[in-house]
Design a protein around this ligand. Structure first.
Ligand code: GLU
Length: 372
């Protein structure tokens, strides 16, 4: 299915188990193999951002720990010890292939704030155009999202989104997504998934494969973010000798997840997946229909209420009468103001709160429908 696609920008996420021996020291031969494959891909003209785990695993080895610590602060300490070591390994190996690397440590909050998101994007794109391979990891000292759950899975899909990648590759120590075939009394690798259905999600829950903190369930969540923003995704076994080259040459490898939508505009993708909402606005059925079916802006008249404490320009969820989010947007009024203008006509806004910045509470250009 990837036949005929040329890849300009790709994100390759490498999980802890791929990079380490028994999870607690770096596997030098394995890292060399991956670096050589990525170097060959870069040589062919594709820009690559790596999202690499392995800092905790590497730190455990250096601190001579056999068991993964339980306390979060100790895991963070391991990451702080391991990250420079991991980076050094990449840097030395890429340098031997005349390629420079750059360390980029990110937190989800960096991608939540629009200004920081745009800065991170500009930096990554500048690095790529200088033919540098950015190596991204979660900034584990200050953020623990991916240590707790994910092993950088979500981070990698947010990065793919950020740079508008053509492909996201998630390398782990399993061949891909398996389904149980009752007739053959065995499991079978799924080669293509065109939609992440309930059936696919339950397959992921059954697979007891994995890995640090990122099992198949967290991988599927990452795949969903990518697929919903128009980016195809592959889960494949990073321990296979030529796995990345095979993928780039469109040989059947791992499980390919097709995008569920065309590429969304960058701002809408950020609204949808990168940003965290600060509160919610509840609207009536008429407003919901105007937003979802007629692509209108949200006006005060359709608003039933607001919850949370948000300011002008914050990101909020828009929920229907059932309290389920169906859209997200950048709001032009604070929760305090919305409380006063809910249900009113636009013409009554100034009289009620003493000012009117905009007619729309959320302008349609700053609104994205999240309900499928
Ligand atoms: N950022 C972490 C690391 O590099 C993620 C992996 C994990 O939780 O084990 O080690």
């Amino acid at each position: 299915m990837l036949q005929g696609m040329s890849f300009k920008k790709i994100v390759i996420k490498i999980g802890t188990r791929v990079l380490t021996q028994k999870g607690n020291s770096l596997d030098a031969a394995q890292i060399k193999n991956l670096v050589n494959q990525i170097s060959a891909i870069v040589e062919r003209g594709t820009q690559v951002v790596m999202v690499s785990s392995g800092a905790i695993g590497s730190g455990m080895g250096l601190l001579k720990l056999k068991q993964r610590p339980k306390a979060l602060s100790e895991l963070q300490a391991c990451a702080a010890v391991g990250q420079p070591h991991l980076m050094q390994a990449y840097d030395d190996l890429f340098k031997a292939n005349s390629i420079l690397t750059a360390q980029v440590l990110l937190t989800q909050e960096d991608l939540t704030d629009r200004k920081r998101y745009l800065n991170a994007k500009a930096t990554l794109l500048a690095l790529l155009s200088d033919r540098v391979v950015p190596v991204v990891n979660e900034n584990d000292t200050v953020s623990t999202d991916e240590i707790r759950f994910g092993d950088n899975d979500k981070l990698s899909s947010l990065v793919a989104n950020l740079i508008e990648a053509d492909l996201l590759i998630l390398l782990s120590n399993v061949d891909g997504l398996y389904k149980y075939d009752a007739s053959k009394k065995g499991r079978e690798l799924v080669s293509i998934v065109d939609k992440i259905s309930g059936e696919i999600e339950s397959m992921a829950r059954k697979g007891k494969d994995e890995l640090g903190t990122g099992g198949m369930v967290s991988k599927l969540q990452a795949v969903k973010i990518a697929a919903d923003s128009g980016i195809p995704c592959i889960i494949a076994n990073g321990k296979k000798a030529d796995v990345l080259i095979d993928i780039m040459e469109c040989k059947k490898t791992g499980t390919l997840f097709l995008p569920s939508s065309d590429k969304m505009a960058a701002k809408k993708r950020w609204l949808c997946f990168g940003a965290k909402s600060k509160g919610s606005i509840k609207v009536d059925d008429g407003a919901k229909e105007a937003l979802t079916k007629r692509h209108k802006s949200l006006l005060s008249s359709g608003i039933i209420g607001a919850s949370g404490d948000f300011k002008k320009n914050d990101i909020v969820s828009v929920v229907g009468a059932d309290n389920k989010e169906f859209a997200r947007g950048i709001v032009n009024y604070s929760s305090h103001d919305i409380d006063k203008i809910k249900g009113l006509k636009t013409a009554q806004i100034t009289k009620t709160i003493g000012h009117k910045q905009k007619d729309e509470v959320i302008h349609k250009d700053n609104l994205v429908i999240t309900e499928k």
